[in-house]
Design a protein around this ligand. Structure first.
Ligand code: 9EZ
Length: 331
């Protein structure tokens, strides 16, 4: 009924439901109850989460706003069939699952919640640094296997060690603040942070990956996956790090080349790795996950009730404000 046509813009169909009725928001993935309540202040909310694609098309046919997380794919055909849609809200970071070009062509505003997960991501990176330094999961496994093996678990301190932070965005800077509290020396590199942007004095800013990692005991990456950052940490980069370096990736799978990391763990160049993200998720090649020097978690960096609540509330606020702005623009 409300299929989008060439002539039919989002503005024309924005209020295609009864002018007396409330606009409709379809929530296709699970978001926090606080976020749903916020949406209900403005929208009729259809939050009957189902993985059935035809069902999604049917519900979106009359939706003015669509709220998703990472599970729902918003492609050009869904956009074409959703004639009243003016706003797409993604709870969380990244818009890999939304066809942005198609949304743009259809005049749809796309919003997300870029900082809702930052503290959770930074805390998970810290958890991996500590877990790798002391091999806590391995020690726990050995106890569960009935052993009491203290000699197998001689770790290292973070205090006094050098941490290279590659990527000084929100998450990287939160990690720096926490690592500083642990007494680490922090070297940071980020080509996208303007040189004029001040960073805290406890971060020594350098101008290359090589300079940041040359004396690093620990390396952690905090950046999006792009063609430039894929394989940023490869065999050549690792070969210039100190022997015994420990590497953490809680950012995006593929920033650290998995084959290069595995080889470095085998030679001892790398003494440990903490990995929350993988090239292929779920993981099928288990060589890293099963390695005795690796602490692996299944992409849980943003998986805290705090981050989920914040993402739900923030996406609701962003969708409401984008929708209001669009209403005003046609009033
Ligand atoms: C690249 C980066 C940081 C970085 C940071 C951001 C897209 N992008 N790339 C190399 N935002 C450190 C080393």
């Amino acid at each position: 009924m409300s299929r989008r046509t060439e002539q039919q813009t989002a503005e024309q169909t924005l209020v295609s439901r009864s002018p007396l009725g409330r606009p409709l928001a379809v929530v296709a993935d699970r978001i926090s109850p606080s976020g749903l309540s916020r949406l209900e202040e403005v929208f009729d909310v259809d939050a009957s989460v189902s993985r059935d694609r035809d069902d999604l098309y049917r519900r979106c046919a009359e939706a003015n706003a669509l709220i998703i997380r990472s599970a729902t794919r918003v492609d050009d055909s869904l956009i074409a069939e959703s004639g009243c849609l003016t706003v797409i809200g993604r709870a969380g970071v990244g818009l890999d699952n939304v066809d942005l070009a198609a949304a743009h062509r259809a005049g749809i505003t796309v919003v997300n919640t870029p900082d809702a997960n930052s503290v959770s991501a930074a805390e998970h990176a810290m958890a991996l640094l500590l877990a790798v330094a002391r091999r806590i999961p391995q020690a726990r496994q050995s106890m569960q296997d009935g052993r009491w093996d203290r000699t197998a678990f001689v770790g290292v301190e973070l205090s006094g060690k050098t941490l290279a932070i590659l990527g000084l965005g929100r998450v990287g800077r939160l990690v720096a603040e926490r690592a500083n509290a642990f007494g680490m020396r922090i070297v940071g590199y980020d080509p996208y942070l303007p040189e004029t942007t001040a960073v805290p004095a406890y971060i020594r800013r350098v101008d290359s990956v090589r300079a940041a990692t040359a004396a690093a005991d620990f390396v952690t990456v905090h950046m999006p996956l792009t063609t430039e950052t894929r394989n940023l940490i490869d065999t050549a980069t690792i070969s210039k790090m100190p022997h015994g370096v420990r590497i953490v990736n809680a950012a995006r799978g593929g920033i650290v080349n998995e084959g290069a990391l595995l080889a470095a763990l085998e030679t001892g160049r790398c003494a440990g790795a903490g990995l929350d993200v993988f090239v292929e998720e779920p993981v099928t090649d288990r060589r890293l996950v099963d390695h005795p020097l690796v602490v692996a978690t299944p992409h849980i960096g943003a998986s805290t009730s705090d981050a989920q609540d914040r993402a739900g509330l923030q996406v609701a606020d962003a969708v409401i404000s984008a929708f209001s702005a669009r209403l005003e623009s046609i009033a």
